[in-house]
Every structure is written in C-alpha cells, then in structure tokens.
Ligand binder design. Structure first.
Ligand SMILES: Nc1nc2c(ncn2[C@@H]2O[C@H](COP(=O)(O)OP(=O)(O)OP(=O)(O)O)[C@@H](O)[C@H]2O)c(=O)[nH]1
Ligand SMILES: [Mg+2]
Length: 240
C-alpha cells in the first residue's frame, strides 16, 4: 500500500471532456496520485480538471499553453512528479484504452524488481479489442519494425501504459528526448534498456476509445519510422 501511495499517474489530456471525470473516479480507489497534464484543450477539459482537483485530494493539474504532442506533455509531467517525490511514475491514456484496474499490476511489477513495467499487448495474455485489421497490422508491424532494428526482445514498444521507477527517469537523459508521439514511447524504453535497467512486460488488453477522437496523425507515424534507425545509430556510435 505504501508503494502505491508513492505512485503518480501522469495523465495527458487533449479534448477529453467526455472521459476525464469518469477516469479520475475510476482511479480514486487505487490510492495513487494523478497529475493531469492538459495542453489548453479547446473543449474545456482543463476547467473540468481544475474542478475535480478541488474536489479530489489525489488529483493535481499541470496546465500547458499549447498542444505540442504527448512527448513534451509527459516530460513536463515527469519533472513535476519527480519534484513532488514520486517513486513510481506512470504513463496512461485518458480514453479508457488502458484499464484502470491494470494499474496495480504495473506498480507491482516494479515493486517486484522491474525498473520499467510495460503494459504489453503482444505477450501471452495480452491483446487488443475492437481494433480493425488495418490498425492491428500497423501497431504490431510498428513494434516488429522497432524491435528488429533496435535488436531488443521487447514485444510491445509503442504502448503508452507504463510504470517507471524514479531512478530510471533520473538517469536516461530526459532533457535529450525530443520525440513527440509513438517515438516517445519507443525512445523511453530503449534508453532504459541501454542503461542496463530491467524492463518487464505485463500483459494488458487494450480497448479502442469509446468517446472523443484519436489524435494520432501521419506526422506521428512518420516520426516513429525515422526515429528508430536514428536511435540505433546513436547507440552504435555510443551517443546513447
Ligand atoms: N497534453 C496532451 N495530451 C495529448 C496530446 N495528444 C494526445 N494526448 C492525450 O494522450 C492520450 C493518448 O492520445 P490518443 O488520441 O488516444 O492517441 P492514441 O492512443 O495514440 O490513439 P487512439 O488509439 O486512436 O486513441 C489521450 O489521453 C489524449 O488526450 C497532446 O498533444 N497533449
Ligand atoms: Mg488512445
């Protein structure tokens, strides 16, 4: 229980007014802290977050001026969570693709010895529901591409449901990370592996969002395609 109260979930939001309140109420019983990172959502998500932070003691809000992508939002959230003393720092989407009930298993994997626990769709027991065949191929193919080029054994490199131990975030060079989308997830895990930390995959079922709209874009996809060989090159030339 002590471990859980030392955990902060970073929850980035951009136009999640249909989801935010339900998500915070679902997280309430878990005993974790939640930091909502809102990029000035035009739909008023930031105001909803402020109202709920006034009501729910475990919630705080980080307001940012504009949408810059997931990576910069998470980096700002990590800094705040570390400054506030978190031992476990989680990433999670606010669209119910990630099941709040899986949070304790991710934290447990870290208290059991992992330095980074990844919610994984591509290990036995994991999977996706309500995704069309096209989306499944792109996602699985993306992880296959990254795993092969980087030469790592991790099955799910693009997922965004993860739990970092504090010491990882303190040592992987966050200030050097400029990725914004899926590449941010790949880069965080790869840097963690390069530093010799222990990374564990925890099976999860990923559910397609029910409310609101996806912010995935062609630019985010292309960033990942080019970032993977760049990361490998950086590692081969001892810059990572
Ligand atoms: N603060 C912030 N949050 C963002 C930004 N882009 C996406 N998000 C949030 O990050 C989470 C994941 O974004 P999604 O739009 O679901 O993207 P995705 O999960 O890659 O794509 P889908 O599976 O299609 O939903 C959600 O909680 C979004 O509201 C951003 O630029 N800034
Ligand atoms: Mg999503």
């Amino acid at each position: 229980m002590r471990a859980v109260s030392a955990a902060t979930i970073c929850l980035p939001t951009y136009n999640e007014r249909e989801n935010l309140e339900a998500m915070l109420r679902a997280l309430a019983p878990l005993g974790v802290r939640v930091l909502v990172i809102d990029d000035n959502s035009p739909d008023g998500t930031g105001e909803i977050a402020d109202r709920l932070a006034g009501e729910l003691e475990f919630v705080s809000v980080l307001h940012r001026d504009r949408k810059e992508g997931l990576g910069p939002a998470y980096l700002a959230g990590f800094q705040r969570a570390l400054a506030d003393g978190a031992e476990y720092v989680l990433e999670m989407d606010c669209d119910f693709s990630h099941n709040p009930a899986d949070v304790p298993r991710l934290i447990q994997a870290c208290t059991d010895g992992a330095d980074l626990a990844l919610g994984s769709r591509y290990v036995p027991g994991g999977g996706t529901t309500n995704w069309g065949i096209g989306r499944r191929i792109v996602s699985w193919g993306g992880s296959f591409y990254a795993r092969t080029l980087l030469g790592v054994g991790i099955r799910d490199l693009t997922g965004g449901f993860k739990c970092y131990r504090r010491r990882v975030l303190e040592s992987i060079g966050l200030e050097q990370i400029h990725s914004k989308g899926y590449a941010f997830q790949i880069e965080g895990t790869y840097r963690t592996l390069r530093k010799g930390f222990r990374v564990v995959e925890v099976p999860i079922t990923f559910v397609d969002r029910r409310e609101g709209v996806s912010k995935m874009s062609r630019a985010i996809f292309l960033e990942a395609v080019t970032k993977v060989p760049a990361l490998r090159l950086a590692a081969l030339t001892n810059r990572l």
